[in-house]
Ligand binder design. Sequence first.
Ligand SMILES: [Zn+2]
Ligand SMILES: [Zn+2]
Length: 274
Amino acid sequence: MESWLEAHAYLRPLADLSAQVEHAAAAVENLDARIPDWDDFRSDFLAGVPLLSSADAGVDLEPGGRMAAALIERLAAEASPEWFAAETRALDTELRRASTAPRRIADFLLGDDTFKPPFPGLLRYLAWTAMARFLRPVVHGFDGWRDEDRWLRRYCPTCGSLPAMAQLVGADPGRKRLLSCGCCGTRWQYKRTGCPFCETNSQQLASVTIEGEHGLRIDHCESCLGYLKTYDGQGDEALLLADWSSVHLDLIAHDRGLKRLAASLYDFEAPKKM
Ligand SMILES: [Zn+2]
Ligand SMILES: [Zn+2]
């Protein structure tokens, strides 16, 4: 981490923010998630329904919403950069006003747009940080149960989000491409060459390798111009799949006329519909 930041000094503010949020999240009491009965979920899984959207699986996200509210309350009371302090306090105030805030946060994360918090991009980032911690045992159990060959879809089998990044693992034959969810932290298998945005199953994925980036590269589709930052390696997932640690690759992709179609939790300026 330190050597990465020495080579990429412009990432320091994001690294500091991410560390502060992770530190506060670690101090929030971890509530237990009920592990679903996987047999109940099988038919939804085969039909392509993400775990958290499956009524049959019945994963209750309300305790994760409580963890998210507690995280925001904690951050609102901390010394922080000025904009961050102001925005977390505004969020905290709004959440205290909303009745059933934890439930509303959970619904918001799954796409309910009737809740209109101030700074929705920031809420999405903070709430997913807490929710991913809450869901860790569920995601772990799901990884152990899931038959990857029966999914192979472009969206996350747990939460339904589009991938934030990709990772290549193993050696040929049997080398695999995993897609990485920036929200709940699941990694799942996908076709080696297809584009997960327009789903052209073409050989048209081109690759841009960048010197000195520890195996990070940009894979892009010549059909829809979507790109996916890809980590071609193993061992440094925590840093290199964190998304914020490679925002400079997003700038390079943008300069080449490519479009970020991948999901991002770091786009705080996401459309503010108020
Ligand atoms: Zn997910
Ligand atoms: Zn495409």
